[in-house]
Write a protein that binds this ligand. Structure first.
Ligand code: ATP
Length: 298
């Protein structure tokens, strides 16, 4: 289990991380979200022991993170950090040895992962000859070849097509099943939405939203109604107290409401129309992110 306890980080007078605390249990996927400059990378660097926090501490399985346990951590960055003149095998063997693995074990694992990612024939290809997406897969394999206890994924799906995103998700779920604690960061909310149970949204280094995704959505209260139908009394719907907005989206309307009690009032207005869809949905994480981060900036 990873425990981040009250970390603070100053760069000069700039407080980049402001009393941040969270826990990621074994086998849990945790989302760390925030706009550009919110403090995510700084937090990751502190967790990995690459940067010293001004205050606070980070524990992995009860131990302070230092050089001796960094080989229990895997990190996939947004930027590529591959040695492009090497072949895939040379690269992975190099990383595996740095993590304290035996060469025979590295080769065995490598074969397994290349198969998983459907790039078995690339073992002896130079990294620089691979496409961006395939380089990203190699970067991922480098980070997890040693079956880390903690895996930090910073925009891991960059450059991957939808099929390869699914392959990588499958691989991440495999590690989750092994009990790996996973921290995931992405600006693409749909990935966070179907990946993380728990999350934090950072604004200027401070957690402004913190908890389980299902609870965050419940607390947010606002809902959306999707309606498809003919001759809908849109003006009347707009006037209902508790209706925030009515917008057309392709062949249907989205009605944003303050809370679920308003849904029946909207329904009363349209029940005699020719409706082919009436669906009350949860707000998306994207909506919550924009609303919550926006509130802080107001
Ligand atoms: P992004 O989504 O753009 O990658 P981030 O959430 O990872 O952003 P950080 O890179 O952690 O944000 O930056 C947090 C704050 O710390 C910013 O105000 C940034 O300018 C500042 N900062 C980051 N690295 C340094 C550094 N090495 N020296 C001084 N200030 C820094």
């Amino acid at each position: 289990m990873l425990q981040v306890k009250n970390i603070v980080k100053y760069y000069g007078n700039n407080k980049a991380v402001d009393n941040l605390s969270f826990e990621v249990k074994d086998g849990e996927i945790f989302g760390l979200l925030g706009e550009n400059g919110a403090g995510k990378t700084t937090t990751f660097r502190i967790i990995m022991g690459l940067l010293e926090a001004t205050e606070g501490e980070v524990l992995l399985d009860g131990k302070h993170i230092n050089y001796s346990i960094t080989d229990k951590i895997g990190f996939v960055t947004e930027e590529r950090s591959l040695l492009t003149k090497m072949t895939v095998k040379e690269q992975i063997v190099f990383y595996g040895i740095l993590k304290g693995m035996k060469e025979s074990k590295i080769e065995e694992e490598l074969k397994k992962w290349l198969k998983e990612f459907q790039i078995e024939s690339y073992e002896n290809r130079k990294i620089k000859e691979l496409s961006k997406g395939n380089q990203q897969k190699i970067q991922f394999i480098s980070a997890i070849i040693h079956h880390p206890k903690l895996l930090i994924l910073d925009e891991p799906f960059t450059g991957l097509d939808p099929i390869n995103v699914e392959l990588m998700k499958k691989a991440i779920f495999k590690l989750q099943k092994e009990g790996c604690s996973i921290i995931f960061s992405s600006h693409q909310m749909e990935h966070i939405e179907n990946f993380c149970e728990k999350l934090i949204i950072l604004v200027k280094g401070k957690a402004i939203v913190d908890g389980y995704v299902k609870d965050i959505k419940k607390e947010y209260k606002k809902k959306n109604i999707l309606i498809r139908g003919e001759d809908l009394p849109l003006k009347e719907i707009e006037k209902i107290k508790g209706v925030i907005s009515v917008t057309k989206q392709k062949d249907e309307y989205e009605v944003k409401i303050e809370n679920e009690n308003i849904a029946s009032k909207v329904f009363t207005k349209i029940k005699n129309c020719n409706i082919t869809k009436y669906d009350v949905t949860e707000p998306t994480l994207n909506e919550i992110f924009i609303a919550k981060v926006g509130e802080v900036h107001e």
